[in-house]
Design a binder for this molecule. Structure first.
Ligand code: GCB
Length: 687
């Protein structure tokens, strides 16, 4: 009996999975093609398992989006939440890849896009429906659009970024897939779109895996869905895919540019103009469709104090794209950072891509400008956009507002270093980020990783990313945020804590006994209470970076850690540590600039007292950190953690955290904490 049921079901499933055309396709799209050209293949052995289908990959990055003939698809899209994957092609109900509607009351269709609730695109789905707050799984988006393709044009469906795996079905056909969040991708839909109304269905799966980038555990919210703009982009049949322009030699005023075309033959003329600089240059495409330019000009250089931008236009065949770009140089000289040849200290702040006073992804230009306005209010000149690529609005706004930027990909904590697919995914993210933002003067640092535990496999993985970046872009610095190994690098700190602790009159007897034992054990090596302690970062990754980033949590985690390891109370240890920090110097074993890419402490706005979670304690940690870092000669910049409290599933403490990381200088309602003032004051001074 069961066997017969299975056979019937199998037949039904394979019909459904083949996308057997429905008589009721809406919107006049009568000939719904097969769902993909690849046949689902699993129903023979297991009728309940969805098919494994390989969809076409996204096209290489399409740059200069804002200069294109673009039709925004922003707005309300219908959403089906599908935790069990029943909408997957070949699955139980045959897939949600078409907008099927019953035409008689005898038609059994167990989903309906048109009567499903809507969500705003762009935007994460988690904060638009409280039932989806913790949701990690598949969702299906549905919308329609009108297309009227002109002759000799190509139509592209462009996504500014979607978290994390996106599969696109256009008029019933699976046209492509992109695995990897945060970065832009597009598909050429010239041949799969129709003149008139088109049905667009997008499956987005925001589950992370051990092999994904990032991996399953992150100290930020893995917001899901169509988190960035979606648009139709029309280009001429032969078009400019992307272009890069940069100041190569400041003294000589040498500017170089490279233009990448598609469907344009070798020997075609490509033009570049910078009208405000009276520049008009031409070059020919080579066999790869690329044209290169090198010419001299005297632009006013871009800097935070004077964020000068110029109009630039590239044209080839029928295509013409333009942008506003700045010219500057960034380089290192020993342990110094030089912007336009002048030493520079980076007064920075770290951020997540969450709007001020609103939960969820900061998806709009207004959101981003709000975030950067708070960084400006701190007197910062630098922002670390941690830990993944933000929308394109970020670097554009930074260019215009005069803020330097560190951009990063989510190679975070422990990635599957030995997995080729993981490396491919990280390389794809880096590639798309660099190619999108390589004309943004504000971006001075590409960061390949954050707090990755040492191993040979990790070094090989990151080495590949570093060389990829250098091959794409020589006009910026490569960095990574490293972290201390408490057992090795911080071992000596315990000895200094003990010496300091013994010198304080308020140290209780029990702690005194512990400290005496530690000091006695050190014998002749025991430090004097006021001795300076130099902590040296020895991570071998430093050898291949231009700038060493270092995350440290003196005054916060480290105090808890040492208290625990030494067997003394945190109430005793925390004040000793704050004291000691004035005598600590941080350095790196390589002769390169050092940026403290994180430090911080948690505080709930308005939390009373002076213990952990109080604004007062957070402010004390900032004071001690500033004292320590301003006196560490190798430190050329800092980006404390973090501008605003942010959503994090790791942070469960009721009443205090409620699923927010509380290390912000501003809370979720936009209230500034005391530490904001401490940092603002420091950044208003000469450093
Ligand atoms: C770190 C991580 C960051 C965390 C932060 C914290 O070192 O890089 O993602 O949010 O510490 O608050 O613990």
């Amino acid at each position: 009996m069961d066997h017969i049921k299975f056979v019937i079901l199998s037949i039904a499933l394979s019909l459904a999975a083949c996308g057997a055309p429905s008589a009721h396709d809406e919107n006049g799209v009568s000939e719904v093609t097969e769902e993909t050209s690849e046949r689902p293949n699993s129903s023979d052995d297991n009728p309940f398992a969805p098919s494994q289908i390989d969809y076409p990959a996204a096209d290489p990055l399409l740059g200069f989006i804002d200069a294109r003939n673009m039709q925004s698809l922003s707005g309300e899209w219908n959403l089906i939440v599908d935790p069990m994957g029943v909408g997957d092609p070949g699955s139980l109900f045959g897939g949600f890849t078409q907008n099927r509607q019953p035409s008689t009351d005898m038609d059994l269709i167990e989903y309906n896009y048109e009567t499903s609730p809507t969500v705003r695109v762009p935007g994460d789905f988690n904060t638009q429906d409280e039932r989806l707050f913790f949701y990690q799984g598949r969702v299906w988006y549905f919308t329609t659009f009108e297309a009227t393709p002109a002759d000799n044009t190509r139509l592209h469906l462009w996504f500014g970024g979607a978290n994390f795996k996106t599969t696109v079905f256009l008029n019933g056909k699976g046209i492509g897939e992109h695995d990897g969040g945060y970065v832009p991708f597009s598909f050429d839909i010239t041949d799969t779109s129709v003149s008139g109304t088109n049905t667009l269905i997008v499956r987005v799966d925001n589950r992370l895996t051990e092999g994904s980038v990032p991996t399953t555990r992150t100290d930020w919210w893995p917001y899901g869905g169509l988190v960035r703009d979606v648009a139709l982009v029309e280009t001429p049949a032969g078009f400019i895919r992307n272009a890069k322009i940069a100041l190569k030699d400041r003294d000589a005023g040498l500017i170089e540019a490279i233009v990448e075309t598609a469907n344009i033959q070798a020997g075609e003329e490509v033009a570049l103009s910078l009208p405000e600089l009276s520049i008009r240059e031409t070059a020919q495409t080579d066999a790869n469709g690329q044209a290169t330019f090198a010419f001299n000009a005297e632009p006013d250089l871009w800097s935070p104090a004077s964020p000068q931008l110029y109009d630039v236009t590239f044209s080839a065949g029928e295509d013409r794209i333009s942008d506003r770009v700045g010219f500057r140089t960034i380089e290192t000289r020993g342990q110094e950072l030089l912007l336009n040849g002048t030493p520079l200290k980076l007064k920075g702040i770290s951020t997540h891509e969450e709007a001020i006073a609103r939960d969820g992804v900061a998806y709009s230009e207004t959101d981003v400008r709000g975030l950067l306005a708070e960084a400006k209010a701190l007197n910062a000149n630098f922002v670390r956009a941690a830990h993944y690529p933000y929308s394109r609005h970020m670097a554009k706004a930074a260019d215009e507002m005069g803020l330097l930027l560190w951009e990063e990909i989510p190679v975070y904590w422990n990635i599957d270093w030995d997995n080729d697919a993981t490396l491919a995914s990280a390389r794809n993210l880096m590639d798309r980020l660099v190619r999108r933002d390589w004309n943004r003067a504000s971006v001075i640092v590409w960061s390949v990783a954050n707090e990755t535990p040492h191993s040979e496999a990790r070094l090989a993985f990151l080495n590949q990313l570093v060389s990829d970046v250098r091959a794409m872009d020589e006009t910026r610095l490569v960095s990574a945020a490293l972290f201390g190994n408490p057992r090795d690098e911080l071992r000596e700190v315990a000895l200094y804590i003990a010496a300091r602790g013994l010198a304080r009159s308020d140290t209780p007897e029990s702690a005194r006994a512990v400290f005496s034992a530690i000091v006695a054990q050190a014998g002749d090596h025991a430090p004097q209470p006021d001795d300076l302690l130099t902590l040296t970062i020895t991570d071998p990754l430093g050898e291949i970076l231009d700038v060493v980033g270092y995350n440290e949590y003196f005054g916060w985690y480290y105090s808890a850690l040492f208290a625990q390891q030494m067997g003394v109370g945190e109430d005793v240890l925390r004040p000793i540590m704050l004291d000691l920090m004035a005598n600590i110097r941080i350095s790196a074993s390589v002769d390169k600039p050092l940026i403290i890419s994180e430090f911080g402490a948690g505080a709930k706005h308005g939390h009373p007292g002076s213990g952990v979670w109080s604004e007062a304690y957070q402010a004390q940690v900032y004071e001690a950190q500033i004292e320590m870092l301003r006196n560490s000669p190798q430190v050329q910049g800092m980006t404390p953690w973090i501008l605003k409290d942010f959503r994090a599933m790791l942070r469960t403490l009721p009443g205090v955290q409620n699923y927010r990381n509380r290390k912000g200088l501003i809370d979720e309602n936009g209230n500034r904490k005391q530490a904001f003032d401490v940092l603002q004051e420091f950044y208003s001074e000469e450093w």
